[in-house]
Design a protein around this ligand. Structure first.
Ligand SMILES: Cc1cc2nc3c(=O)[nH]c(=O)nc-3n(C[C@H](O)[C@H](O)[C@H](O)COP(=O)(O)OP(=O)(O)OC[C@H]3O[C@@H](n4cnc5c(N)ncnc54)[C@H](O)[C@@H]3O)c2cc1C
Length: 403
């Protein structure tokens, strides 16, 4: 049965994340953003709220909530700042949920449990200087030496790249297949920052999500034990795509929160600012922008809720999650642009949050599948050119009290 009613547990979560982010982060976000400062002190607070393992089962150290809860937390976090939601996207969405579905029991014990408890921070390394949308274009290699793999390469544009403790990394483990660009030659590995030969840095020229860390890391002859390979040799590409199904869900819900933030800030300003003798909210063209934000918010929310519901019942949702991500991120760009517009010149100043929303929204139209890649995917589903094949490992359905 489909129900759009949130449970009491959902509402409580929504309320507590809203109150925490409003109290602890909102008053400081302007300064953190302007100073390009990632505040590590936020992490233990997110951990104590259970957010860093929100939908990871209790037996693996998590809070044991469902996937709708992950979406609600993403929406509330991005309402205050995109940088907060990005933490959830890479740590929970891209990394932890992948270990939950594809990891061995040993990997879950050594890596997933501390991640879910929030004592270790995790991220995801697919993109490289010369390969983003074209993931087969990565150059990182993994060569087997006995019971170890030696990794060489560079990952770029990695969220939390200069601060995370451990990474899900993708590399060519079959060099013949690399030459043919056959993705069944790519494997996935858990790489620790502490491994010899690992180094990282922060991208300092980035102009959005400034309170978040985005970095690069290099691997020079990094030795990774065989037991850190996730899945079987050659399953890396499938694992990378699986991870995106979960990451994109958090991006969709987060962008929905950003649309709501734009709507609320626009509404407040439009009731306050006067032009031609009336509140600017009285002008129909201003109302049109606010109405668009409202319809985009409601539609984006329904789309991510549907994707979350499919995750809860254990049904494949690559198509629905992709649509939710594409729609919400493009709509958030529209909302942020109009939010600046409604604020007039004040929107062009960092005295108001509109400019930060405008800078922050753009990243999500690029990462986890660009607008163009998602557009092509959706057309290919409709045209029958794209069909999702069964996967060896699926996201576990939610088995708690109410899916
Ligand atoms: C803030 C931020 C955080 C990020 N975090 C991470 C992270 O944590 N981990 C990670 O692995 N990566 C991360 N990324 C990287 C991100 O996933 C890539 O930037 C994204 O996949 C796009 O790749 P690209 O930048 O190389 O652009 P390109 O792939 O070079 O694309 C450039 C342009 O060409 C278009 N294009 C490319 N191919 C096609 C096609 N076939 N048809 C039509 N148009 C096409 C694209 O849509 C785009 O407009 C992050 C990026 C940003 C900006």
């Amino acid at each position: 049965m489909v129900s759009l009613e949130l449970t009491d547990e959902h509402r409580l979560l929504e309320q507590s994340v809203r109150e925490w982010a409003g109290r602890e982060v909102a008053p400081r976000i302007h300064d953190l953003d302007r100073e390009h400062r990632f505040d590590r002190n936020i992490l233990p607070q997110m951990a104590s709220l259970g957010l860093l393992g929100i939908c990871i089962p209790v037996e693996h150290g998590g809070a044991g909530m469902d996937y709708i809860a992950l979406g609600l937390a993403s929406e509330e976090l991005e309402y205050v700042d995109t940088s907060l939601r990005v933490i959830l996207s890479v740590h929970v969405g891209l990394n932890s949920l992948t270990l939950l579905a594809w990891g061995t029991e040993d990997q879950k014990r050594r890596y997933l449990v501390p991640q879910a408890q929030g004592t270790k921070l995790a991220s995801y390394g697919l993109t490289e200087p010369a390969a983003g949308s074209d993931a087969r274009g990565i150059q990182t290699t993994a060569v087997q030496h006995g019971d170890r793999w030696v990794l060489n390469g560079e990952k770029m544009w990695i969220s939390l790249g200069d601060v995370a403790d451990q990474f899900l990394v993708f590399a060519w483990s079959d060099q013949e297949k690399k030459k043919q660009r056959d993705p069944s030659g790519i494997s996935a590995f858990i790489v620790e920052r502490a491994f010899k030969g690992f180094s990282s840095g922060t991208l300092t020229e980035k102009w959005g999500i400034l309170a978040g860390n985005t970095g690069f890391f290099k691997m020079d002859d990094v030795e990774v034990p065989d037991e850190n390979m996730v899945g079987h040799p050659g399953e890396g590409f499938k694992i990378a795509m699986f991870a995106l199904d979960q990451g994109r869900f958090t991006v969709a819900a987060g962008a929905t929160g950003l649309i709501r933030a734009c709507r609320d800030a626009s509404g407040t300003y439009a009731r306050d600012r006067k032009a031609f003798g009336v509140e600017i909210a009285q002008h129909q063209l201003v109302k049109e922008m606010i109405a668009q934000m409202e319809s985009d918010y409601q539609a984006a929310r329904l789309l991510w809720l549907r994707a979350g519901w499919l995750k809860n019942i254990g049904q494949r949702n690559t198509r629905e999650t992709g649509l939710a991500k594409w729609f919400a991120t493009v709509a958030s760009e529209r909302a942020a642009g109009d939010c600046v517009q409604i604020h007039g010149a004040n929107g062009y100043s960092d005295e108001y949050p509109a400019g930060r929303f405008y800078r922050n929204c753009k990243g999500a139209v690029i990462y986890e599948g660009t607008r163009e890649i998602h557009k092509l995917m959706q057309a290919d589903y409709v045209l029958g050119y794209r069909v999702d094949r069964p996967s060896r490992c699926d996201l576990p359905p939610y088995t708690g009290s109410r899916p």
